[in-house]
Design a protein around this ligand. Structure first.
Ligand SMILES: Cc1cc2nc3c(=O)[nH]c(=O)nc-3n(C[C@H](O)[C@H](O)[C@H](O)COP(=O)(O)O)c2cc1C
Length: 207
């Protein structure tokens, strides 16, 4: 079983990275092989709406080929569970993570148009289908939009036909920290992140 953790923060060694590592550590203690992916410094272009992914012409490959997203999607495809963490940026995920979400349309259309589900946009087999997903968010404010951000991540996962889990606390890992590295002082936030890792590994293991 392979569980990957993606940190959507553009800040290296920041709070999101710490939380995602905490979740992965817990997953590895449940015998999962883990891999950490940081979006720091990655070349991630936004979706340009060309629509190639909606056609057979795409052959499962996004028309934007010259950045880091295709490689990240490949690692996601090889995984059994995906943990995504983001700092709260204006009550939602970072622009880098949103671009990853938007361009992941290709993971829904990769095998062509559906024949059996009229009116449903997406190919017959979504490539992230049945992977287990969990979400983590950290904001500088106590009620700074962590839940909205967790919701955005979980809703993206549902749209990919993934199986979403909470974390034995609530809907996901919610932490509060503003300055770089301060999240280690948020005992509850750290525990919530750990339990995202435990839940994702538990359910992925059962599957
Ligand atoms: C552009 C920007 C927008 C932010 N918006 C919010 C916000 O809406 N709510 C909040 O609680 N914190 C907000 N923050 C604070 C970050 O979420 C917080 O500092 C977080 O710990 C950063 O995580 P990182 O160290 O992984 O980058 C914002 C920070 C930045 C840079």
């Amino acid at each position: 079983m392979k569980i990957i953790g993606i940190s959507g923060s553009p800040r290296a060694r920041g709070n999101t990275e710490i939380l995602v590592h905490e979740a992965l550590k817990a997953a590895s203690e449940m015998d999962a092989e883990t891999e950490f992916i940081s979006l720091v410094g990655k070349n991630i272009k936004p979706c340009n709406g060309c629509g190639t992914c909606y056609t057979e012409k795409s052959k499962g490959i996004c028309a934007i080929k010259d950045d880091d997203l295709p490689g990240i999607y490949e690692v996601m495809r090889q995984s059994d569970g995906i943990i995504i963490g983001s700092p709260v940026y204006f009550l939602s995920v970072t622009a880098q993570l949103k671009a990853l979400f938007d361009r992941s349309v290709i993971l829904r259309y990769a095998k062509g148009m559906p024949a059996d589900r009229p009116g449903v946009s997406g190919g017959p087999e979504f490539l992230l289908k049945n992977k287990v997903g969990g979400a983590i968010a950290v904001g500088g404010g106590r009620d700074g939009g962590q839940l909205f951000t967790i919701n955005s991540i979980l809703q993206w996962m549902l749209t990919q036909s993934m199986i979403v889990v909470g974390n034995n606390f609530a809907m996901g890992g919610s932490a509060m920290a503003g300055m770089k590295g301060d999240v280690v002082k948020d005992e509850i936030g750290m525990a919530m992140a750990k339990h995202v890792g435990l839940r994702v590994a538990e359910v992925a293991g059962k599957i």
